[in-house]
Design a protein around this ligand. Structure first.
Ligand SMILES: *Cc1c(COP(=O)(O)O)cnc(C)c1O
Length: 376
C-alpha cells in the first residue's frame, strides 16, 4: 500500500527512500552494532556522518569555502535571537534593519528588538496596488528600491519564503546599491532551502530550520561567511556563538545527532535526484499545476502577488468558508493529509516541498476538481 500524500507545512513529508533506509539502519548502522542515536557524537562513526552531511550540503548549494556550515539547535525561532546575538555587535552602531513581509519576519523583527537598534526597513502589512491589482496584507513583497536600509546597519534581515502567507522572494538585492555597502544580508530560508539553486554569496548568513525541506525538527542549519564570526555579544550563550560552533565543527556541545544523520540521507537523496537544479524544475512544474488550476476557477482562490507566489507553500481559500470542514474531511478520506491553512490566514494550505512527488500534486488537483464539481 502506498503512503498518503502529506501536505504539512512542517514538520513535513520526507522522501520515502530516506525513511526506508533509516528504518533498515535503525538497530545497526552499517555493522557498528549501534543505532545512530546511540553513538558518541565524538566517535569516528558519527564524525563521518556529520562531515559527509556537511560536504554534501556544501556541494548541493555550492557553498563557497569562505563560508562556514553549522549544525545547531533552536530552530528558526531560536535564530531570531541567535542572529542578532552574533551579528548585531559587528559594527559600532549595533543596528539591524528588518524587512517584514509576513508572520515569520514579524517574529524575527520583534525578537531582535531586544538586542540593539533595530528598525523596520519595509513592511507588507498594509494594502498595496501592484500591477493594477489591490493586494491585501502579507500577500506581496515590498520593492527593494523602497527599503529603508541604514548605512550603519550590521545586517539586513529578510525571510525569503514566508511559509504562512506563501510569499517567496529570490531577488536578493545588493545592499551597496541600497546605500549600505557594509551591511550584510541575513536570510531565513527555512521553508525553501534546497528547493532551488541559491546564490549563497548574495547573503552573509542563511539559516533554516530542518523540518520543512531537510529532515526532522531539532536541527537548524546556518551558513555564514567566516569574516562575520567573532562578534558575538558578551551575553550570547557559548553553544550559540557561531565562532565557537564553527571552530568545533558543530560539536562544541552534543548536536542533534539523529537529525543530522537523517538530513545527511536527504542530501544524498537530493544528489541522486540531480541536485537542486533538477529539484527546481520539478518544483516549478508542481507549483504550476496547482496555481494554474486555482487561477482557472472561482471556486478556489490564491491572492498572492503572482511574481512572488511561493513554489513551496500554496495557501488557498474556498469561495465559501462553510465548505472548509467538508473539504478537509473529504481530503483526508482521499488520503490527502494536513491541508488545513494556518489559523492566522484560514482556508487551506498545500505545502509541496521537495519530498512531495508531482503525483501528489496531481492527486490534489484532481481531488479539488471533483470537490468543486460536487459542491459548486
Ligand atoms: C517554520 C519556520 C520558522 C520557525 O521554526 P521553528 O523551528 O518552529 O523555530 C521560522 N521561519 C520560517 C520561515 C519558518 O517556515
Amino acid at each position: 500500500m502506498t503512503r498518503p500524500y502529506n501536505f504539512s507545512a512542517g514538520p513535513a513529508v520526507l522522501p520515502e527512500p530516506v525513511l526506508r533506509q533509516a528504518a533498515a539502519e535503525m538497530l545497526d548502522w552499517r555493522g557498528s552494532g549501534m543505532s545512530v542515536m546511540e553513538m558518541s557524537h565524538r566517535g569516528k562513526q558519527f564524525e563521518q556522518i556529520c562531515d559527509e552531511a556537511e560536504a554534501d550540503l556544501r556541494e548541493l548549494l555550492s557553498v563557497p569555502d569562505d563560508y562556514a556550515v553549522l549544525f545547531l539547535q533552536g530552530g528558526g525561532i531560536g535564530e531570531n535571537a541567535i542572529v542578532p546575538l552574533n551579528l548585531i555587535g559587528r559594527r559600532q552602531a549595533h543596528a539591524a534593519d528588518y524587512v517584514v513581509n509576513g508572520s515569520w519576519s514579524t517574529k524575527s523583527f520583534k525578537e531582535a528588538l531586544r538586542y540593539g537598534d533595530v528598525a523596520m526597513a519595509a513592511s507588507a502589512e498594509g494594502p498595496a496596488v501592484l500591477d493594477g491589482v489591490e493586494q491585501g496584507p502579507w500577500t506581496y513583497m515590498p520593492d527593494p528600491a523602497s527599503w529603508r536600509v541604514r548605512p550603519q546597519a550590521s545586517y539586513v534581515h529578510l525571510c525569503s519564503n514566508e511559509t504562512i502567507g506563501g510569499v517567496e522572494f529570490m531577488d536578493w538585492p545588493d545592499l551597496a546599491a541600497l546605500g549600505a555597502p557594509e551591511a550584510v544580508l541575513t536570510v531565513d530560508a527555512s521553508s525553501h532551502i534546497l528547493s532551488r539553486p541559491m546564490d549563497v554569496r548574495r547573503a552573509g548568513l542563511i539559516y533554516a530550520g530542518a523540518q520543512k525541506n531537510i529532515g526532522p525538527a531539532g536541527l537548524t542549519i546556518v551558513i555564514v561567511r567566516k569574516d562575520l564570526l567573532g562578534h558575538a555579544l558578551p551575553i550570547c550563550p557559548s553553544a550559540f556563538d557561531y565562532a565557537i560552533v564553527a571552530k568545533e565543527r558543530s560539536r562544541f556541545n552534543t548536536p542533534p545527532t539523529y537529525a543530522i544523520y537523517i538530513a545527511g540521507l536527504v542530501f544524498k537523496w537530493l544528489k541522486e535526484q540531480g541536485g537542486v537544479a533538477e529539484m527546481e524544475k520539478l518544483n516549478v512544474a508542481k507549483a504550476k499545476l496547482l496555481y494554474d488550476y486555482l487561477d482557472g476557477t472561482d471556486f478556489y482562490r490564491n491572492t498572492v502577488h503572482r511574481p512572488v507566489r511561493s513554489r513551496m507553500n500554496v495557501p488557498f481559500m474556498l469561495h465559501d468558508d462553510a465548505l472548509n470542514a467538508p473539504f478537509l474531511k473529504a481530503a483526508e478520506e482521499a488520503r490527502l493529509l494536513q491541508l488545513k491553512g494556518h489559523k492566522s490566514v484560514g482556508g487551506m494550505r498545500a505545502s509541496i516541498y521537495n519530498a512531495m512527488p508531482i503525483e501528489g500534486v496531481r492527486a490534489l488537483v484532481e481531488f479539488m476538481k471533483e470537490f468543486e464539481r460536487t459542491h459548486g
